[in-house]
Ligand binder design. Sequence first.
Ligand code: AMP
Ligand code: TRP
Length: 333
Amino acid sequence: MGKKIFSGVQPTGNLHLGNYLGAIKNFVELSNDKDNDCIFCVVDLHAITVKQNPKELRSNIRETVATFVASGIDPKKSIIFNQSKVTAHSEAAWILSCSARTGWLSRMTQFKEKAGKDKEKASVGLYSYPVLMAADILLYDTTHVPVGDDQKQHLELCRDIAQKFNNDFGAENFFKAPEPLIQKQFSRIMSLKDGLKKMSKSELSDLSRINLTDNADQIINKIKKAKTDPLPMPSNNEELDKRHEAKNLIGIYSSLTGTKLEKSINEFSGKNFSEFKEILSQVLVEKISPISNEISKLLAEKNFLDSILLEGSEKADKIASKKMKKIHEILGF
Ligand code: AMP
Ligand code: TRP
């Protein structure tokens, strides 16, 4: 039987290689299997958990759709929509927030990271963020959720919320507990400037990430400046594990080319980083430039991008409202 796939990406700009290798590449593969029903959501409600400039948000929503399509998701086969246009998401988030326990939420590491030192100043939305994510997933009877490694904890919470709701209301199997689909290897791409930090949209230095909109010169420059260590390239897995920057770069190479890690290590063992970096840049330009060219083409076609979202949200709304109706019945509304 095919899978019911749901995943979301925040329209917060700067979609990067981590988003691509950790999530979007997987979306494309899953959506190419005609047995799967796929829904890809631009999670604009999640984006406003931290301050957004409305004009930039609007353009980032379009850029996220453009990135999905440029990467190879066919809007005719998969549903692409933005969360705010299907009101069931906000409604279900409220309802599920009455099943979720505050103790569960206070264990979420992403909140701790994003809220920083002054937790009292974080928005309530940032705290309840994973409940909205559970709503996204559960409204569509999702069976599988492709995400990067950092979202694993949120998916476990989603399963707990589903189970608690079902138990509390004697509604066996009403919400389906989804399975995460996380790449076994290279599920966490690290910053080009610090092998211990996740590659991230919000990192101040643009040199820390390869953006999916970067051109060939930018990619080559960023790889040239990527942090390494003074030793020659590692010759075995053990050595690699101790050298975080080398591990990240070889991981990126392996993931992009579909090569086993061991094979990549052997290929470059003992060589200079400069030699490896040249090859890595070539591979990156080969894979990323077509996407980045297509994104800039699509960005000029605003009406086309908006029509994808409109059509997608109508389809999503049909599924979500049906589920919402049943939720009302179960609750006694
Ligand atoms: P976000 O940009 O936070 O909405 O993330 C979109 C998707 O990209 C999620 O599935 C994340 O888990 C994934 N992702 C974000 N950053 C990385 C990274 N550095 N490495 C791997 N996956 C990532
Ligand atoms: N929280 C996810 C992230 O930051 C984005 C997201 C929102 C999501 N809703 C989702 C991912 C539902 C998968 C399923 O990356």
